[in-house]
Design a protein around this ligand. Structure first.
Ligand code: APR
Length: 241
């Protein structure tokens, strides 16, 4: 069953992960060697790692932020922005990705549940703000002007993802839940499919390989996101255009 079979007002929630940006040249997280761009996740993506070695963590995220200038949204990001523009029912895109490829593709009803590389967070005044270029240990907060208290606005392991109240509410009311390019290894995102299934939504997975949560989906389509996502969006929009 596809959403259009439930009517044009069907509510769609889409969850994306690193796999959707892989075809743009952004590295995924869990590679066979267990390293993420040469680092163990616990050395760069926990508050403890930041407290222990802020220079290393800043350097890591500064490099990844700089890399965004050399990558562009691929056909999968663009297809989801097209879907949002044309879909007549409720729509929400939730991404675990900290890159800005969905934003640059034109997605607007978008939650970056794990934060964003292009944002900073001042631990002195709690403000969050756009950030371009390197941050480093000596960054000055543009709001309170304190130096050395700005960190990347990234949700690290052990921290609370953004937008959970809204995401939970929207999933509980959705008709179609689609997971794209995520391994399903990190909670709470990995559990969204179970909520969606519990409330009776049709659950579809689009991924290169079956994810760890594959058994919870009614349907799985395997392939590269830049190929299978535009195909799926075309099918969905055929009836509403
Ligand atoms: N097209 C579609 N899927 C792909 C592609 C591709 N071209 N390339 C890889 N994949 C799939 C892989 O098969 C894998 O299932 O994308 C998934 C990527 O998994 P992870 O690297 O674990 O990334 P993700 O699931 O997004 O990680 C979740 O973990 O480290 C934390 O906060 C970080 O947001 C991240 C979260």
């Amino acid at each position: 069953m596809v959403a259009s079979e439930r009517g044009k007002g069907a509510a769609i929630v889409i969850l994306t992960g690193a796999g959707i940006s892989a075809d743009s040249g952004v590295a995924t997280f869990r590679r066979p060697d267990g390293l993420w761009e040469g680092h163990r996740v616990e050395d760069v993506a926990t508050p403890q790692a930041f407290a222990r070695n802020p220079a290393l963590v800043h350097h890591f995220y500064d490099e990844r932020r700089a890399k965004l200038a050399s990558v562009t949204p691929n056909a999968a990001h663009l297809a989801l922005a097209t879907l949002e523009r044309h879909w007549p029912g409720p729509f929400l895109l939730v991404t675990q990705n900290v890159d800005n490829l969905h934003d640059r593709a034109g997605s607007e009803r978008l939650i970056h549940m794990h934060g964003a590389l292009k944002k900073g967070w001042c631990r002195a005044c709690d403000a969050r703000f756009p950030w371009d270029g390197p941050m480093g240990e000596g960054a000055r907060c543009p709001v309170c002007e304190t130096i050395g208290m700005v960190r990347p606005d990234i949700v690290w392991f052990g921290e609370m993802p953004y937008g959970m109240d809204v995401i939970d509410e929207v999933i509980r009311n959705c008709d179609l839940f689609v997971s794209i390019g995520t391994l399903g290894a990190v909670y709470p995102a990995a559990g969204f499919v179970q909520t969606a299934r519990y409330v009776g939504a049709h659950c579809l997975e689009l991924n290169l390989d079956p994810s760890q949560g594959s058994i919870f989906f009614h349907e799985t389509r395997l392939g590269r996101a830049s190929e299978i996502v535009p195909q799926w969006v075309d099918e969905l929009l055929q009836d509403v255009r």
